[in-house]
Design a protein around this ligand. Sequence first.
Ligand code: PPS
Length: 303
Amino acid sequence: MPNEDKMECPANVVKRCKLAILDGVPLMDMMQKNWEQVKLFQALPNDLLVASYPKAGTTWLLETVDMILNDGDIEKCQRAPIYDRIPFLEEAGSASFPTGLEQIAKMTPPRIIKTHLPFHVVPKSFWEQGCKAIYIARNMKDNLVSYYHFHRMCREMPEPGTWEEFFMKFLNGEVVWGSWDEHVIGWWEERSSHRILYLFYEDMKEDPKREIIKVMQFLGKELPERIMDKIIHHTSFDVMKENPMTNHSTLPNCILDNSVSSFMRKGIVGDWKNHLTVAQNEVCDKQYSSKMADSTLQFRFIL
Ligand code: PPS
């Protein structure tokens, strides 16, 4: 049985981080201490990297991938909370939590590894080893809203300030993992030079089966219709919200304060309409158009 107990709260050691610029990317200041080791990480050829800008639907994709690789066996996917099953490459660790590198070192291949790193700072060995990667992207406005609420509830993230202040920081790329547009474009441009499957949150919402089939084909898996339906059900928002192995409720309130907002918050496309003022929406549209002007990458803001 998985351990559903809440992790111990390290007394008074959880504090909001500051930004540290590492190789040009704003990251959490605590990530400085093992940044050189992260860059030197030696991937194995059968490692699977799951990458995203934060709050783009990473957890949803990770659970989907874990279910596919375990042939839809729910019990196997209940073996541990998602952050223990699938290590986070750049996780800096704490008194009560190992670093991502320590977790990865203990895993038996084939390993699934999560990252939020922009493409240009992903350890080179992933590409030297010919690893597969799946990237998930989410439209800028919903991504912004989700990231704002996550900053409010996650006591390790920098202080978000007011919604208006966070809005400007996000647009200026002055948030952890940097600018949204550089992230989504950076991975998009590399997708055909490496074994990268590029997915969209909006597509997963629109037609999960179609997207699951894409992932299965990419991973060389074949599963019967019945198992695919089981995976769709198990990875639906409502089911994942109630599942302690995916909803992050096993983390203590001093890290994720569920009284402020929920990790599994709304899980919809278009929640930005409830947050952005008309003026903010215009600013977003202008920035989006200018950043995407030279790219074939396009997002949907409503379904
Ligand atoms: S993190 O912390 O970066 O790993 O967060 P991430 O998992 O990328 O993103 C969290 C947002 O994804 C939503 N979510 C889902 N949406 C639809 N279906 C499913 N199954 C699902 N699981 C997670 C989650 O609710 C967060 O989005 P918001 O808009 O805040 O609700």
